[in-house]
Ligand binder design. Structure first.
Ligand code: ADP
Length: 570
């Protein structure tokens, strides 16, 4: 039965019981009212007739007058039509005959008195009969009333019990399945899909339970298939990562190692089982390479594995999800082949530039001889051509010199000749070397020293080379008749700073981070300005090899300031 029909039946039954109770009460009330009407009609009217006849008789003791006769006649006829009790008919008939005799008696006083007495006795007898009938009927009505009270009370109690059990059980009947359903739904929200509703009644709740159980079954099935496909995808990604030639290590946001492919494990020298799940800094304590990978900013790492030396480039990628870092991936790319090619290139450049230096120097020498008057006179045009050749030879020498320096740095063959020297020595050499070029452009080099400068620990030649390079760039990129400031000052701590400031074209900020890269030249240089793009890169190597720092500040249109520091002696 459906809940709707159950509710209808329950309320209908209660309503029926209430109706029966009311009907019975009305029926009993009607019965009581009928009983009292009968008493009123059957007996009370007889008592009235009898009293009226008696009163009429008592009006006078002599012969009956016409008024008495009419009253007695009227009441006697009424009584004759209201015979209700056993014995009442005979008494009424006797009353009629005595009355008729009394009417016929003329002056016989004695006889009249006698008949009057008999009539009174008969009246009294009829009265007695009706009085006892009234008493009897009253007792019957009382019995009916108490019977009605009992039956109504019984039905009322029954009704109360049913209503009470209805009140106790009905809310639970509706609420319990709903509560169970709510609990199951909460479990489903926690991804616990194996939920079943246990009520299997034939009503709407039963249908709901069936539908719910079918739904959870489908959900669990879906979850399982989803899990299987996720596991499959995971396996596939693991296989891809493992088949890569680069070493790959994955860290979560708390720096725990979550995966490492075979290449990475071989390089690090720890098995995958001993690596996965470990806190990376802990694992790094026991492993130099891992420590190197996690800590140093060095991007090129030399690794000795599989009985040979290999070079790897390190790249650390942050994994970002919805603006939140959720981990890191370290990629180790094998660049041994490129490294070897790079070395071959550097050696080639070194050999070529070294081989070129001697013939270029001899060309220079021959040009000097050509200019000598003793060799012979040369005309103005020839002199100009020789001047051009001299310029080009100087530039060629500078380029080969720079290439050689760079090759030295790259092959690690940079030999530094450290000594203690006063900053003024470096400045004097450099200013002297650049003076000719500066004068040609009418650029004034304004030198300024701090007082009491300490001696610095430096390779005099290399440092002078760096300062000449900075001054030469400053002059090159300055406007004519401008000033280049060369300042030397003592910094806090144990450092001395050399800075070269020009007021020329300046450098766009987007190029500043690349200015010390090899072969980098700011786009848009004129033919006279353009060089190899190696000067600043070599300067950086020379300064850093002496534990110094090199940097630049520049603003487009305002000029640039290049500076480097050296450590003071002691
Ligand atoms: P180059 O031999 O080309 O001068 P450098 O390494 O010395 O090579 O300089 C690299 C680039 O930096 C130059 O090509 C130039 O564009 C820029 N540069 C260097 N110094 C200055 C400066 N003082 N003012 C403006 N640009 C400069």
């Amino acid at each position: 039965m459906t809940i709707k029909n159950k509710l209808r039946a329950g309320f209908g039954f209660l309503f029926l019981l209430a109706l029966i109770c009311c009907g019975l009460a009305i029926w009993f009330l009607n019965r009581l009212s009928a009983d009292s009407s009968v008493i009123l009609k059957d007996n009370y009217e007889t008592l009235q007739f009898v009293r009226n006849i008696g009163n009429a008789l008592d009006d006078n003791e002599s012969s009956l007058n016409s008024q008495q006769i009419s009253i007695i006649e009227k009441n006697l006829v009424g009584q004759e039509h209201n015979i209700t009790e056993p014995g009442e008919q005979e008494a009424t008939d006797s009353l009629r005959s005595r009355y008729e005799q009394l009417k016929l008696q003329g002056n016989n006083i004695q006889k009249q008195a006698d008949l009057r007495l008999q009539i009174r006795k008969l009246l009294y007898h009829i009265m007695q009969l009706n009085m006892s009938a009234i008493q009897h009927k009253n007792a019957t009505a009382k019995a009916t009333a108490s019977q009605a009270t009992l039956i109504v009370a019984l039905i009322g109690s029954f009704l109360f019990l049913i209503a009470f059990s209805f009140i106790i059980n009905f809310p639970g009947y509706i609420a319990n399945p709903i509560r169970e359903l709510t609990e199951r739904i909460k479990e489903i929200a926690n991804r616990n899909y194996h939920q079943q509703l246990s009520f299997n009644s034939n009503d709407e709740f039963g249908e709901l339970a069936q539908a719910f159980n079918a739904m959870t079954f489908k959900l669990a099935e879906y979850e399982n298939s989803n899990l299987a496909s996720i596991l499959f995808e995971k396996k596939r990604i693991e296989t891809i990562i493992n088949s890569m030639h680069d070493g790959i290590i994955g860290l979560d946001e708390k720096s725990n190692i979550i995966f490492a492919n075979e290449v990475a494990c071989t390089l690090i020298g720890i098995t995958e089982a001993n690596l996965i799940g470990r806190y990376a800094p802990d694992a790094a304590v026991e492993n130099d390479l891992l420590r190197n990978l996690l800590q140093t900013s060095q991007n090129r790492i030399k690794i000795f594995a599989d009985n040979r030396e290999s070079y790897y480039s390190k790249e650390i990628l942050s994994v970002i999800n919805k603006d939140k870092a959720i981990g890191k991936v370290i990629i180790l790319k094998n660049i041994t082949e490129f490294q070897q090619l790079d070395e071959a290139k550097t050696n080639f450049i070194a050999t070529i530039s070294h081989e070129l230096k001697t013939p270029i120097s001899s060309i220079k020498m021959s040009l000097k001889l050509l200019e000598d008057k003793r060799i012979g006179d040369i005309n103005t045009e020839q002199k100009q051509l020789i001047g051009n050749i001299e310029d080009d030879t100087r530039r060629l020498l500078q380029i080969t010199g720079e290439l050689l320096d760079m090759a030295q740095v790259e092959t690690g063959k940079l030999n530094l000749n450290f000594g203690s020297t006063h900053p003024q020595n470096i400045v004097d050499y450099a200013v002297k070397a650049i003076k000719f070029t500066a004068d040609q452009k009418r650029v004034n080099i304004d030198v300024h020293y701090d007082e009491n400068l300490p001696e610095v620990r430096a390779d005099l030649d290399k440092t002078t080379w760096v300062l000449i390079n900075l001054l030469s760039n400053a002059v090159k990129y300055s406007h004519e008749k401008s000033v280049v400031n060369l300042d030397v000052k003592k910094l806090r701590g144990d450092e001395v700073e050399f800075s070269v400031r020009d007021h020329g074209q300046g450098i766009e900020s987007k190029y500043l981070p690349r200015i010390f890269e090899r072969y980098f030249k700011v786009p848009g240089a004129t033919v006279e300005q353009t060089g190899t793009g190696l000067g600043l890169a070599i300067a950086k190597d020379f300064i850093e090899a002496q534990s110094g720092k090199i940097g630049v500040q520049s603003e487009l249109g305002e000029g640039s300031k290049f500076y480097f520091t050296l450590k003071k002696v002691g």
